[in-house]
Design a protein around this ligand. Structure first.
Ligand code: GLV
Length: 323
């Protein structure tokens, strides 16, 4: 039996899988584990199952001399200093695949909610101000038949493209490398360079991971290139968008609206953004379904157990660099 630290509250079903084999210390609260507590508790642990709210950097790794495996409960792992873990020979895993549909669904929820002013409408009704049907009130913009620009055509980007077909949208995509022509055909997508995608899309949706190359990929220049009738949707990572530039673009009418699930400095939101009626702001809930969060937990547990027994974790992101 090894010692494991689980930094968030997970479904019992997931905890049972880990507890069967190891001794678990778990953070049983619905708030991120405090930094000092993480540093203290990781000291005698061999396994760490962590959340995106934990910054697993050199300081944490230096406090964890026995650590043999880090399993992140997310597909994105920008919260972990993977290079530092690799140097120490520690495998790091993520949870790809199991949250693709949930995140693509939420992306469409944001596309529809922004374009059709769903949240504004709900607020109006609850305020007791739905008095009449009026022909020129609550006019949004059509989603069907419009052009969707997908930045990053990985698993989630592709799942968004598939959904766009049902809305008869034209889909442009930008990716580090264009995909195979046969797959472009199957998905009904067309490659565009980043600036062309910005200029031609009615909805620009971000699906790249956060790296040094993608930080502030969408900045003031990008908003200038977008149509004034276009919407920005972000369900990936907040720092990919320059949030102050976004607030300014919304305030000055450079773009029509934004649907965000992630923020540059979570959980804070850039001042002024909350005042924009044309922004729909969700609290990072892309993968938040009962089914998906259970699958993510089981996947993280599976990776954790494999790594601790010296096997290659199925979703290891640094295995080749370690061995
Ligand atoms: C959540 O944000 C994830 O990366 O899975």
């Amino acid at each position: 039996m090894m010692k494991i630290l689980v930094t968030g509250r997970l479904p019992e079903e997931v905890m049972a899988v880990i507890k069967k084999e190891h001794h678990v210390e778990a953070h049983g609260e619905d708030r991120p584990m405090e930094r000092q507590r993480l540093l203290d508790l990781v000291g005698d642990k061999e396994g760490l199952l962590c959340m995106i709210t934990d910054r697993v950097d050199k300081e944490v790794l230096d406090s964890a001399p026995y650590l043999k495996m880090i399993a992140n409960l997310a597909v994105g792992y920008d919260n972990i200093d993977v290079a530092a873990a690799t140097l120490r020979g520690i495998p790091v895993s993520n949870t790809p695949g199991v949250l693709t549909d949930a995140t693509a669904d939420l992306t469409f929820a944001l596309i529809l909610a922004t374009a059709r002013r769903v949240v504004e409408g709900d607020k109006r009704t609850r305020a007791g101000r739905f008095r009449f049907w009026v022909p020129l009130q609550f006019l949004g913009r059509e989603v069907s038949g419009k052009t969707l620009g997908i930045v990053g055509l990985g698993r989630i980007g592709r799942a968004v493209a598939r959904r766009a077909r049902g809305f008869e949208m034209g889909v442009l995509y930008n990716n580090r490398h264009p995909i195979e022509v046969s797959l472009e055909k199957e998905l009904g997508v067309e490659y565009a360079d980043f600036n062309t995608l910005l200029a031609q899309s009615d909805f620009v949706s971000i699906h790249v991971p956060l790296t040094e190359e993608t930080r502030h990929l969408v900045d003031g220049e990008a908003f200038k290139r977008m149509k004034t009738t276009a919407y920005l949707i972000n369900t990936s990572r907040g720092p990919i968008v320059d949030e102050r530039a976004l607030e300014k673009a919304l305030r000055e009418g450079k773009i029509a609206g934004a649907g965000l699930d992630v923020y540059e400095n979570e959980p804070s939101v850039t001042p002024g953004l909350m005042e924009q009626e044309n922004a729909v702001l969700l609290p990072h809930m892309g993968s938040a379904t009962i089914e998906t969060r259970t699958r993510m937990g089981l996947k993280a547990a599976e990776n954790l157990l494999a790594g601790l027994s010296g096997k290659r974790p199925p979703d290891c992101v640094n295995w080749e660099d370690i061995s």
